[in-house]
Design a protein around this ligand. Structure first.
Ligand code: ADP
Length: 739
């Protein structure tokens, strides 16, 4: 890191009153905890026999299925302010601006430095442009201008069940809502379901990434996690062992038989989940492969069978899970925020370890709100620390009071979130470039995800699933008379969810992307620096004065150093994307695969081009069987990753798997580097610029460090990260997160 760079960063921090809070300066993790408050009386729906409820709830659930279609969970209440560490708000240039390739000039008051940049994709690449003159505008003037600025515009026409929470958030921010959409472009588009809720958006920001729904379906997610488990078994042991059925039925039954043969006292339980299912629909427990309800022929549905966590942590003898809200603010570079407040959803029947007798007791084993709300034992409460839905902070407080090391739990949760996002990002990038190819006008994206996490009895967090559309509903269902339900406001939901939406909007504020205002001055030659623009939200706009501090906490890039080495599949995906060729493609054809092999010089006398073709056909055929519904022919990313693993295994037989992959990646990247340098000298092509950009992101660096902006040091840095981590023990990594 250049001295200049460090100096400018520190000066920037000072000018923003934020000295001492930056990456590399470790701070204590704040654990979200809230003490019990003076609770209002608990409202309990009672008078129904829980045993018949299990029968009636299914019918009710069905009739309400439509109402709750994109609604998964709910509830919670906010906690006293928890100071936000590292809640830096990165500045970005708007995408429409970036797409036009316009340069952006930023002046940091007090630093005497002038910044200028250009951004791509998520508006996140900031590159230097020397020889520009800029007129400094003082901080006060900037604030005055900010006061006069036009309000941020939000298109809420497609917000669906998040509408209520969104409206409240917009009002609190004094922004402008367009409930019926708007002819002119809006700054932000809020979609209730998917990126494609509203087609033809060419600018601004959309609250969904293309491909997120597909990526987070149970099967896809399990595949992505499995790849990471192969590469990093210790780091990814927070995801239960899973099998994809029907295709892996043989492996599943053989493995279970072997386990039982080895130790007859073992009688593991498995949970069966239909792919694409939600709210506990179609889920059941089994103890033997023969109990699988596999349908034949055209009715054969795909599903995931997962090791059942049979020793969960209990509170009040009840199983519960955590709903954590996570914001992916940007994918390039990767920026992840975690909401300090979340929800916990409780079962409504005391937990017992699974036995043949209780396997069908959904209120004992499944924590889904949508199921348990129909149990006679469900406790509606406006309090954050009682009832069947509570705030995460109240649960953590309770555990802390019992002597649990909450800090460790919280840092384990942060690690789980970062690792999970790292696992899904490679494929998301493939979707992203297919929907918004570089050079095509389009919006940038961000997304709030709902992580469902179970704490084991030994306090280890386990990832159950990630929801691309976590419920943002701020009402809950209540039975006002027998069989008659209606939605009533839920203060707990409102506090948690409005906080998450409002603070997401604050972080995505397009005006925040230009924290200082500057104008070019003609004829100057001032030296420029790249700076990761970080500003406390409170510093930027007087409107924010009345708002609480941000409930979203940045965890990435804050913890880049600890987790960057895990991004190997992302580097593989960068190669894949480079050779995809035609814009909008998601699969590699045989010719493109050959080109990849040739360009990276991977064939030789032991591995001829004929063998390359056989490998391609072999893998592609197998994967097309695994994803029968896929419309496009060719090799998808997951198949390419498998091919890459095979190539690495052939070439570097003596090395362990991870080393094989790293070494092959380095080799391919070096070949492409050399080729790019030759091309560079010939001409500057747009497509190549993009590829290099993709590559630099996957190496896990923003081009904020001038030293790292050259590809070779970038590559070295990523590999050094990896090698460094080989020397670190897992416990040391955790300690880094804690501090
Ligand atoms: P859905 O999307 O249908 O809600 P989930 O994967 O979230 O599916 O599972 C539903 C519920 O089942 C979870 O909320 C949790 O209570 C329970 N559950 C899921 N997976 C496991 C597991 N591996 N071990 C123990 N309980 C699980």
């Amino acid at each position: 890191m250049s001295d200049n760079y460090v100096k400018v960063q520190v000066e920037l921090m000072k000018s923003l009153g934020e000295v001492g809070e930056k990456e590399g300066v470790d701070t204590e993790e704040q654990v979200p905890m809230s003490p019990p408050s003076a609770d209002p009386p608990i409202i309990t729906i009672s008078g129904r026999d829980a045993s018949n409820t299990s029968i009636t709830c299914k019918q009710r659930g069905k009739s309400r299925g439509r109402l709750l279609k994109d609604d998964k969970n709910s509830s919670g209440k906010n906690v006293p302010d928890l100071s936000l560490h590292g809640s830096g708000v990165s500045a970005h240039a708007g995408k429409n601006l970036n797409r036009l390739g316009q340069e952006r000039t930023l002046h940091m008051t007090g630093t005497g430095k002038i910044l200028q940049g250009k951004s791509e994709n998520n508006g996140n690449y900031v590159t230097n442009h020397p020889s520009q003159n800029i007129q400094e505008v003082s901080r006060e003037e900037a604030l005055k201008l900010a006061r006069k600025r036009r309000p941020v515009t939000v298109d809420t026409a497609k917000a669906k069940t998040s509408l209520e929470a969104l409206k409240i958030s917009i009002k609190q921010l004094k922004w402008k809502e367009f409930p019926l959409g708007r002819r002119a472009p809006c700054d932000i588009y809020w979609h209730g379901v998917s990126f494609h809720d509203n087609e033809n958006i060419v600018s601004g920001q959309v609250n969904k990434f293309p491909g997120m729904i597909e990526m987070l379906r149970k099967i896809n997610m399990s595949r992505a996690m499995r790849t990471m488990q192969e590469l990093f078994p210790d780091e990814y042991d927070f995801y239960p062992r899973s099998w994809i059925l029907p295709e892996e039925y043989q492996q599943f039954s053989t493995q279970i038989r072997m386990v039982k043969e080895k130790d007859a006292t073992l009688n593991p339980t498995f949970i069966v989940k239909p792919d694409g299912g939600s709210q506990g629909d179609g889920i059941y427990l089994i103890r033997d492969p023969s109990e699988l309800k596999v349908m034949a022929g055209s009715q054969a549905k795909q599903f995931v069978v997962q090791e059942y966590i049979h020793k969960p942590l209990l509170i009040d003898k009840l199983k519960f899970d955590i709903r954590l809200y996570v914001l992916i603010k940007s994918m390039e570079p990767l920026e992840i925020y975690i909401a300090k407040e979340g929800l916990t959803r409780f079962c409504t029947e005391p937990y017992q370890e699974p036995s043949q007798k209780n396997l069908t007791h959904v209120f004992m084993h499944l924590t889904n709100y949508s199921l348990n709300v129909h149990s006679g034992n469900f406790v509606h409460s406006d309090s954050q620390n009682t009832g069947s839905k509570r705030t995460l902070s109240s649960v953590l407080y309770r555990l802390a009071a019992k002597g649990v090391d909450i800090k460790r739990v919280w840092s384990d949760i942060i690690a789980l979130v970062i690792k999970t996002v790292i696992a899904v990002v490679p494929e998301l990038k493939v979707y992203y470039q297919a929907d918004i190819p570089p050079g095509k006008p389009g919006p940038t994206c961000f997304q709030i995800l709902g992580f469902d996490i179970l704490l084991m009895k030994n306090l280890k967090p386990v990832l159950l699933e990630v929801n691309s559309n976590p419920s943002m509903r701020i009402e809950h269902e209540q039975e006002i008379s027998p069989g008659v339900f209606e939605y009533v406001p839920s203060p707990v939901d409102e506090e948690v969810k409005v906080g998450v939406i409002r603070d997401t909007l604050r972080l995505m504020d397009p005006f925040l992307k230009k924290p200082s205002i500057s104008q070019p001055r003609s004829g100057g030659t001032e030296h420029t620096e790249e700076i990761p623009m970080e500003a406390e939200t409170q510093d930027r706009s007087p409107d924010e004065g009345s708002l609480p501090s941000l409930c979203l906490k940045q965890v990435y890039p804050k913890y880049t150093k600890q987790f960057n080495y895990l991004r190997l599949v992302e580097r593989t995906a960068a190669l894949f994307i480079r050779f995809l060729g035609v814009k909008g493609n998601m699969r590699l054809g045989p010719t493109a695969f050959r080109t990849f092999i040739r360009t990276c010089k991977l064939s030789n006398s032991n591995f001829t081009m004929a063998s390359v073709d056989i490998l391609y056909i072999d893998i592609t055929r197998r994967w097309s069987g695994a994803a029968p519904d896929s419309r496009e022919a060719g090799m998808g990313l997951q198949a390419f990753v498998e091919a890459f693993f095979i190539l690495a295994g052939r070439r570097f037989k003596s090395l362990p798997l991870r080393e094989q992959i790293v070494t092959l990646l380095e080799l391919c990247e070096a070949q492409l580097e050399a080729q790019s340098s030759v091309e560079d000298r010939r001409s500057v092509s747009c497509s190549r610029m993009h590829t290099r950009a993709v590559k630099s992101q996957t190496l896990g660096h923003t081009t904020t460090n001038p030293q790292l902006s050259s590809p070779a040091p970038l590559r070295r840095a990523a590999s050094q990260d990896y090698r460094l981590h080989q020397k670190l023990k897992p416990r040391a990594l955790r300690a880094n997160v804690e501090n």
